[in-house]
Ligand binder design. Structure first.
Ligand SMILES: *Cc1c(COP(=O)(O)O)cnc(C)c1O
Length: 427
């Protein structure tokens, strides 16, 4: 009698913590990746509409970037340097400044926190508190900013918050633009509460916002709402932190997700990570208005702030994709394809889908019943497509393909998604 049948995934079941999650929806062992395609160890290809949760905007293993990395390693250049000066770090700083900041008229100092997104958020929160001397930070319903305690305290999701095991304090939740649906300007509430001495709302140090709430269900902030938020923050002396970790680096078409919104003031702090390194190499930065460059030497620290491999890939990516507008116009074309296909699905099944929403290459279709989203993603996987859900109940099917995905492959992936939708609903 066979009691124990080894399967290709059995190692993970036996040895890895139960906390693992994405692998449960995609039960195969991946081996190689190229562009928008992941290949498993049995040679099965999967079109990737997940793109490392937005860490692989330019696809898997972009060859231009890989060569820069190989050259750096082969030449024996420094890989680890804390915050010491290295040639790779200088090149990254100069490239970011000349290709991204200067052309946009943005004036920021660059802070290197630890290498993950949540490290950037923690640093931004600490700076805002130090600058203002206030403790509270305001965030928005369904915002997602990371898993360490400070970032978790400004994250809406109850399930994730529950994992903290301690009180998540010194924060206050505000309704995001879309929280009450059409016809309610949620900033009216904030404005009234800030003005009324009896509101109970302490003046926050900062407001942290995603222009498109990605994990929270593809909730899109309008330029008007963002402009008003920017003006209100400035007037109240509250710092505005834009968390562009998932929707920056070209996801919406522009490098920063807010740059075509004509904000009255540049954000006080910007968090970038995920696709900044362009190669799946952990990397994050905080861009800070020079006035808020208040940490004394070493007051905020971290061993892996000198991640030279990421400096190399990030600088190479800026040179590859951000010297002209080709990437941005390509994003607009592809986004239209995605949007048209999602609208078709909604029109075909108005009882099952309530809404299509998104900006650029982050688009979502909202299911009336979250179990539909799960079933569609599961069947899509069986048919060779990786696509994930988002939103507080997992009710949104989120399309997050590499922003430069080949258009034929994009169409093929959308075809698989449609076939999965048709077959799940027909059942
Ligand atoms: C992913 C993400 C983070 C956290 O980044 P990690 O690298 O997972 O710590 C923070 N904010 C947003 C908007 C994100 O999408």
């Amino acid at each position: 009698m066979v009691l124990y049948a080894p399967t290709p995934t059995d190692t993970f079941d036996r040895l890895e913590s139960e906390v693992r999650s994405y692998c449960r929806g995609w039960p195969t062992v991946f081996k190689t990746g190229q562009g928008a395609v992941l290949t498993d160890e049995d040679g099965r290809d999967f079109i990737d509409f997940f793109a490392g949760a937005g860490a692989l905007n330019y696809g898997h293993n972009p060859p231009e970037i890989r060569q820069a990395l190989i050259d750096h390693i082969s030449a024996g250049y420094v890989t680890h340097s804390l915050d010491m000066m290295t040639v790779a770090k200088r090149d990254f700083l100069e490239t970011l400044s000349s290709l991204i900041l200067e052309p946009r008229g943005l004036d920021y100092k660059v802070m290197f926190p630890g290498p993950t997104g949540t490290n950037a958020v923690e640093a931004a929160l600490k700076i805002a508190r130090k600058v203002t001397g206030r403790q509270s930070v305001a965030y928005f319903t369904n915002g997602f900013h990371g898993m360490t305690l400070g970032a978790l305290a400004v994250t809406g999701n109850q399930y994730k918050r529950g994992g903290a095991g301690v009180a998540l304090s010194d924060t206050v939740a505000l309704p995001f633009e879309t929280f009450f649906g059409e016809g309610v300007d949620t900033l009216d509430q904030l404005e009234a509460m800030l003005a009324d001495q009896g509101s109970g709302l302490e003046l926050p140090a900062a407001v942290i916002v995603e222009t498109v709430q990605a994990e929270g269900g593809v909730n899109v902030a309008s330029p008007e709402w963002m402009r008003r938020l920017s003006a209100m923050c400035r007037e109240a002396g509250v710092l505005l932190i834009v968390d562009d970790i998932q929707v920056g680096c070209g996801r919406t078409g522009t490098f920063f997700s807010f740059e075509d919104m004509d904000l009255p003031y540049q954000p006080d702090l910007i968090c970038l990570s995920k696709s900044l390194s362009a190669y799946g190499v952990p990397f994050s930065i905080v861009l800070l208005d020079p006035r808020w460059d208040v940490f004394a030497p070493g007051e905020h620290n971290g061993t892996f702030r000198g991640h030279n491999l990421a400096f190399v890939t990030a600088a190479a990516a800026l040179r590859e994709w951000w010297t002209d507008g080709a990437l941005s116009s390509g994003v607009a074309d592809r986004a239209l394809l995605v949007n048209i296909e999602l609208e078709r699905m909604r029109d075909a099944y108005p009882d099952h889908f309530t809404e299509v929403r998104g900006r650029g290459m982050i688009q979502g279709i909202v299911c009336a019943d979250p179990s539909l989203a799960d079933a569609v993603c599961a069947l899509a996987f069986e048919r060779g497509l990786l696509v994930e859900t988002a939103g507080p109940r997992g009710e949104v099917i989120k399309i997050l393909a590499p922003v430069n995905i080949d258009e034929a492959l994009l169409a093929k992936g959308l075809g698989i998604l449609r076939s999965a939708v048709d077959d799940v609903i027909a059942k």
